[in-house]
Design a protein around this ligand. Structure first.
Ligand SMILES: [Zn+2]
Length: 287
Protein backbone atom coordinates (compact mmCIF):
# COMPACT_ATOMS: atom_id res chain seq x y z
CA UNK A 1 0.00 0.00 0.00
CA UNK A 2 1.25 3.51 -0.80
CA UNK A 3 0.98 6.65 1.34
CA UNK A 4 -2.37 7.71 -0.22
CA UNK A 5 -3.91 4.29 0.51
CA UNK A 6 -2.65 4.36 4.11
CA UNK A 7 -4.07 7.87 4.60
CA UNK A 8 -7.40 6.78 3.15
CA UNK A 9 -7.52 3.62 5.33
CA UNK A 10 -6.56 5.67 8.41
CA UNK A 11 -9.32 8.21 7.75
CA UNK A 12 -11.93 5.47 7.35
CA UNK A 13 -10.81 3.59 10.49
CA UNK A 14 -10.75 6.88 12.44
CA UNK A 15 -14.28 7.77 11.24
CA UNK A 16 -15.53 4.31 12.27
CA UNK A 17 -14.08 4.61 15.79
CA UNK A 18 -15.27 8.19 16.30
CA UNK A 19 -18.82 7.39 15.16
CA UNK A 20 -19.01 4.19 17.25
CA UNK A 21 -17.95 6.26 20.30
CA UNK A 22 -20.46 9.03 19.55
CA UNK A 23 -23.26 6.49 19.02
CA UNK A 24 -22.78 5.31 22.58
CA UNK A 25 -22.66 8.85 23.97
CA UNK A 26 -25.39 10.55 21.92
CA UNK A 27 -27.70 8.02 20.25
CA UNK A 28 -30.29 9.45 17.83
CA UNK A 29 -32.71 6.50 17.91
CA UNK A 30 -33.07 4.95 21.36
CA UNK A 31 -35.41 1.99 20.76
CA UNK A 32 -33.39 -0.95 19.46
CA UNK A 33 -35.02 -4.05 17.95
CA UNK A 34 -31.94 -6.22 18.56
CA UNK A 35 -28.91 -6.20 20.92
CA UNK A 36 -26.28 -3.85 19.45
CA UNK A 37 -23.34 -6.23 19.80
CA UNK A 38 -25.20 -9.08 18.11
CA UNK A 39 -26.05 -6.85 15.14
CA UNK A 40 -22.54 -5.44 14.95
CA UNK A 41 -21.00 -8.93 14.77
CA UNK A 42 -23.52 -9.90 12.05
CA UNK A 43 -23.04 -6.71 10.05
CA UNK A 44 -19.26 -6.92 10.25
CA UNK A 45 -19.43 -10.54 9.05
CA UNK A 46 -21.53 -9.50 6.02
CA UNK A 47 -19.02 -6.65 5.52
CA UNK A 48 -16.00 -8.98 5.65
CA UNK A 49 -17.47 -11.22 2.93
CA UNK A 50 -18.31 -8.11 0.89
CA UNK A 51 -14.76 -6.81 1.30
CA UNK A 52 -13.51 -10.15 -0.05
CA UNK A 53 -15.73 -9.74 -3.14
CA UNK A 54 -14.39 -6.21 -3.69
CA UNK A 55 -10.77 -7.34 -3.32
CA UNK A 56 -11.38 -10.05 -5.91
CA UNK A 57 -13.45 -8.10 -8.41
CA UNK A 58 -13.18 -4.33 -7.97
CA UNK A 59 -9.60 -3.77 -6.92
CA UNK A 60 -7.93 -5.57 -9.87
CA UNK A 61 -10.29 -3.85 -12.33
CA UNK A 62 -10.92 -0.24 -11.38
CA UNK A 63 -7.56 1.35 -10.63
CA UNK A 64 -5.81 -0.18 -13.67
CA UNK A 65 -8.81 0.95 -15.73
CA UNK A 66 -8.54 4.50 -14.34
CA UNK A 67 -4.85 4.40 -15.29
CA UNK A 68 -5.81 3.51 -18.88
CA UNK A 69 -8.41 6.31 -18.87
CA UNK A 70 -5.69 8.78 -17.89
CA UNK A 71 -3.11 7.48 -20.37
CA UNK A 72 -5.47 7.38 -23.36
CA UNK A 73 -7.70 10.34 -22.40
CA UNK A 74 -10.88 8.30 -22.45
CA UNK A 75 -14.15 9.76 -21.18
CA UNK A 76 -15.83 13.15 -21.20
CA UNK A 77 -13.65 14.95 -18.65
CA UNK A 78 -10.33 13.79 -20.14
CA UNK A 79 -11.49 14.93 -23.57
CA UNK A 80 -12.27 18.42 -22.27
CA UNK A 81 -8.62 18.98 -21.21
CA UNK A 82 -9.63 20.95 -18.14
CA UNK A 83 -7.23 22.32 -15.50
CA UNK A 84 -6.25 19.41 -13.24
CA UNK A 85 -8.08 20.69 -10.14
CA UNK A 86 -11.31 21.25 -12.06
CA UNK A 87 -11.15 17.82 -13.68
CA UNK A 88 -10.71 16.14 -10.28
CA UNK A 89 -13.53 18.19 -8.69
CA UNK A 90 -15.95 17.44 -11.54
CA UNK A 91 -15.04 13.74 -11.52
CA UNK A 92 -15.79 13.51 -7.78
CA UNK A 93 -19.15 15.31 -8.24
CA UNK A 94 -20.14 13.15 -11.24
CA UNK A 95 -19.15 9.94 -9.42
CA UNK A 96 -21.40 11.08 -6.58
CA UNK A 97 -24.28 11.77 -8.98
CA UNK A 98 -23.95 8.42 -10.74
CA UNK A 99 -23.91 6.73 -7.32
CA UNK A 100 -27.30 8.39 -6.71
CA UNK A 101 -28.51 6.83 -9.98
CA UNK A 102 -27.11 3.43 -8.98
CA UNK A 103 -28.82 3.61 -5.58
CA UNK A 104 -32.10 4.51 -7.33
CA UNK A 105 -31.72 1.48 -9.62
CA UNK A 106 -31.02 -0.87 -6.68
CA UNK A 107 -34.46 0.07 -5.36
CA UNK A 108 -36.34 0.13 -8.66
CA UNK A 109 -34.99 -2.93 -10.52
CA UNK A 110 -36.25 -6.17 -8.95
CA UNK A 111 -33.01 -8.06 -9.67
CA UNK A 112 -30.92 -5.41 -7.90
CA UNK A 113 -33.44 -4.95 -5.06
CA UNK A 114 -33.04 -8.67 -4.20
CA UNK A 115 -29.47 -7.82 -3.17
CA UNK A 116 -29.99 -4.30 -1.79
CA UNK A 117 -32.84 -5.54 0.44
CA UNK A 118 -30.19 -7.39 2.49
CA UNK A 119 -28.92 -3.93 3.52
CA UNK A 120 -32.42 -2.63 4.30
CA UNK A 121 -33.73 -5.56 6.39
CA UNK A 122 -31.44 -4.52 9.26
CA UNK A 123 -33.94 -3.84 12.08
CA UNK A 124 -31.81 -1.01 13.48
CA UNK A 125 -29.61 1.57 11.81
CA UNK A 126 -26.09 2.52 12.86
CA UNK A 127 -22.51 2.76 11.55
CA UNK A 128 -22.31 -1.03 11.19
CA UNK A 129 -25.27 -0.95 8.74
CA UNK A 130 -23.12 1.23 6.46
CA UNK A 131 -20.74 -1.72 6.01
CA UNK A 132 -23.46 -4.32 5.55
CA UNK A 133 -23.90 -4.73 1.81
CA UNK A 134 -24.49 -8.17 0.31
CA UNK A 135 -21.48 -9.47 -1.62
CA UNK A 136 -23.78 -9.95 -4.63
CA UNK A 137 -24.70 -6.24 -4.66
CA UNK A 138 -21.02 -5.31 -4.47
CA UNK A 139 -20.20 -7.75 -7.29
CA UNK A 140 -22.92 -6.45 -9.62
CA UNK A 141 -21.87 -2.86 -8.89
CA UNK A 142 -18.45 -3.47 -10.51
CA UNK A 143 -19.69 -3.22 -14.15
CA UNK A 144 -21.51 0.01 -13.15
CA UNK A 145 -18.25 1.34 -11.68
CA UNK A 146 -16.42 0.40 -14.91
CA UNK A 147 -19.01 2.44 -16.85
CA UNK A 148 -18.64 5.40 -14.46
CA UNK A 149 -14.84 5.45 -14.83
CA UNK A 150 -14.82 5.09 -18.64
CA UNK A 151 -17.70 7.45 -19.49
CA UNK A 152 -16.90 10.22 -16.99
CA UNK A 153 -13.15 9.86 -17.58
CA UNK A 154 -11.98 9.20 -14.01
CA UNK A 155 -8.23 9.24 -13.30
CA UNK A 156 -6.71 7.18 -10.42
CA UNK A 157 -6.28 10.38 -8.32
CA UNK A 158 -9.94 11.39 -8.80
CA UNK A 159 -11.08 7.86 -7.96
CA UNK A 160 -9.03 7.69 -4.76
CA UNK A 161 -10.22 11.13 -3.64
CA UNK A 162 -13.86 10.16 -4.29
CA UNK A 163 -13.45 6.88 -2.37
CA UNK A 164 -11.80 8.68 0.54
CA UNK A 165 -14.74 11.11 0.71
CA UNK A 166 -17.67 8.80 0.01
CA UNK A 167 -16.77 6.08 2.49
CA UNK A 168 -16.72 8.31 5.61
CA UNK A 169 -19.86 10.03 4.24
CA UNK A 170 -21.70 6.67 4.06
CA UNK A 171 -20.51 5.77 7.59
CA UNK A 172 -21.68 9.17 8.86
CA UNK A 173 -25.20 9.19 7.40
CA UNK A 174 -25.93 5.63 8.54
CA UNK A 175 -24.69 6.40 12.06
CA UNK A 176 -27.02 6.59 15.04
CA UNK A 177 -25.53 9.87 16.25
CA UNK A 178 -27.71 12.71 17.46
CA UNK A 179 -26.38 16.02 16.16
CA UNK A 180 -27.89 19.27 17.46
CA UNK A 181 -30.82 19.83 15.09
CA UNK A 182 -29.72 23.32 14.02
CA UNK A 183 -26.27 22.04 13.04
CA UNK A 184 -27.77 19.07 11.20
CA UNK A 185 -30.24 21.29 9.30
CA UNK A 186 -27.34 23.46 8.16
CA UNK A 187 -25.13 20.48 7.22
CA UNK A 188 -28.03 18.81 5.43
CA UNK A 189 -28.26 21.64 2.92
CA UNK A 190 -25.00 20.29 1.52
CA UNK A 191 -24.49 16.66 2.53
CA UNK A 192 -26.59 13.65 3.55
CA UNK A 193 -26.97 13.47 7.34
CA UNK A 194 -28.14 10.76 9.80
CA UNK A 195 -31.74 12.01 10.17
CA UNK A 196 -32.15 12.36 6.39
CA UNK A 197 -30.85 8.85 5.72
CA UNK A 198 -32.85 7.44 8.65
CA UNK A 199 -35.98 8.31 6.64
CA UNK A 200 -34.61 6.26 3.71
CA UNK A 201 -34.45 3.21 6.04
CA UNK A 202 -38.10 3.58 7.19
CA UNK A 203 -40.50 0.63 6.76
CA UNK A 204 -42.87 2.95 4.90
CA UNK A 205 -42.41 2.45 1.16
CA UNK A 206 -42.88 6.09 0.22
CA UNK A 207 -40.22 7.13 2.74
CA UNK A 208 -37.71 4.49 1.60
CA UNK A 209 -38.27 5.66 -1.97
CA UNK A 210 -36.72 9.01 -1.10
CA UNK A 211 -33.31 10.33 -0.06
CA UNK A 212 -31.20 8.26 -2.46
CA UNK A 213 -28.18 10.59 -2.33
CA UNK A 214 -24.98 9.24 -0.73
CA UNK A 215 -22.80 12.33 -0.59
CA UNK A 216 -24.32 15.62 -1.75
CA UNK A 217 -27.99 16.35 -0.91
CA UNK A 218 -28.43 18.26 -4.17
CA UNK A 219 -29.27 15.16 -6.26
CA UNK A 220 -32.41 14.47 -4.22
CA UNK A 221 -33.34 18.15 -4.48
CA UNK A 222 -32.93 18.16 -8.27
CA UNK A 223 -34.95 14.96 -8.73
CA UNK A 224 -37.68 15.89 -6.26
CA UNK A 225 -36.88 12.84 -4.09
CA UNK A 226 -35.86 14.72 -0.93
CA UNK A 227 -38.00 13.94 2.13
CA UNK A 228 -37.21 15.58 5.44
CA UNK A 229 -40.46 16.01 7.38
CA UNK A 230 -40.53 12.77 9.38
CA UNK A 231 -39.75 12.90 13.12
CA UNK A 232 -37.05 10.33 13.95
CA UNK A 233 -38.94 8.87 16.93
CA UNK A 234 -41.77 7.90 14.57
CA UNK A 235 -39.56 5.93 12.18
CA UNK A 236 -39.49 2.15 12.34
CA UNK A 237 -36.32 0.90 10.65
CA UNK A 238 -36.41 -2.02 8.20
CA UNK A 239 -38.65 -3.64 5.59
CA UNK A 240 -42.23 -4.71 6.52
CA UNK A 241 -41.87 -8.23 5.05
CA UNK A 242 -38.99 -9.10 7.42
CA UNK A 243 -39.80 -8.03 10.98
CA UNK A 244 -38.74 -11.15 12.88
CA UNK A 245 -35.10 -11.02 14.15
CA UNK A 246 -34.92 -14.80 13.57
CA UNK A 247 -35.39 -14.16 9.85
CA UNK A 248 -32.58 -11.64 9.51
CA UNK A 249 -29.67 -13.61 11.01
CA UNK A 250 -26.35 -13.91 9.18
CA UNK A 251 -27.17 -16.99 7.07
CA UNK A 252 -30.68 -15.68 6.30
CA UNK A 253 -29.31 -12.33 5.11
CA UNK A 254 -26.69 -14.01 2.90
CA UNK A 255 -29.31 -16.36 1.41
CA UNK A 256 -32.00 -13.68 0.99
CA UNK A 257 -31.30 -12.68 -2.65
CA UNK A 258 -31.41 -16.32 -3.76
CA UNK A 259 -34.76 -17.10 -2.11
CA UNK A 260 -38.28 -16.50 -3.35
CA UNK A 261 -38.95 -12.82 -2.62
CA UNK A 262 -41.85 -11.71 -0.46
CA UNK A 263 -43.67 -8.50 -1.36
CA UNK A 264 -41.31 -6.16 0.53
CA UNK A 265 -43.76 -3.42 1.53
CA UNK A 266 -46.49 -5.46 3.19
CA UNK A 267 -46.26 -7.25 6.54
CA UNK A 268 -46.19 -11.10 6.36
CA UNK A 269 -49.72 -11.15 7.82
CA UNK A 270 -50.83 -8.57 5.26
CA UNK A 271 -51.35 -4.85 5.71
CA UNK A 272 -49.11 -1.96 4.81
CA UNK A 273 -47.53 0.52 7.25
CA UNK A 274 -48.81 4.04 6.63
CA UNK A 275 -48.30 7.44 8.20
CA UNK A 276 -50.51 10.48 8.39
CA UNK A 277 -48.11 13.33 7.68
CA UNK A 278 -50.74 15.90 6.74
CA UNK A 279 -49.97 18.32 9.57
CA UNK A 280 -46.16 18.29 9.68
CA UNK A 281 -44.15 21.08 8.05
CA UNK A 282 -42.87 20.20 4.60
CA UNK A 283 -39.22 20.57 3.52
CA UNK A 284 -37.85 20.83 7.06
CA UNK A 285 -35.69 18.30 8.84
CA UNK A 286 -37.47 17.39 12.07
CA UNK A 287 -35.85 16.30 15.37
ZN1 LIG B 1 -31.27 2.06 -0.15
Amino acid sequence: MNVKSWLSAGLIAGACCALAWLERRRPLRHQMAEPKLKREVRNLSVAAIGAGALMLLERPAILPLAQLVETHNWGVLRQLRLPRWLEVALAVVLLDYTLYVWHYLTHRMPLLWRFHVAHHVDLDLDTSTALRFHFGELAVSVPWRVGQVIIIGVSPTSYLIWQTLVFPSILFHHSNVELPIRIERWLNRFIVTPRMHGIHHSIIEEETNSNWSSGLTVWDCLHGTLKLNVPQDQITIGVPAYRDPEEVGLTEVLALPFRQQRPSWTFPDDGKPVRDSSNVPEHRLLP
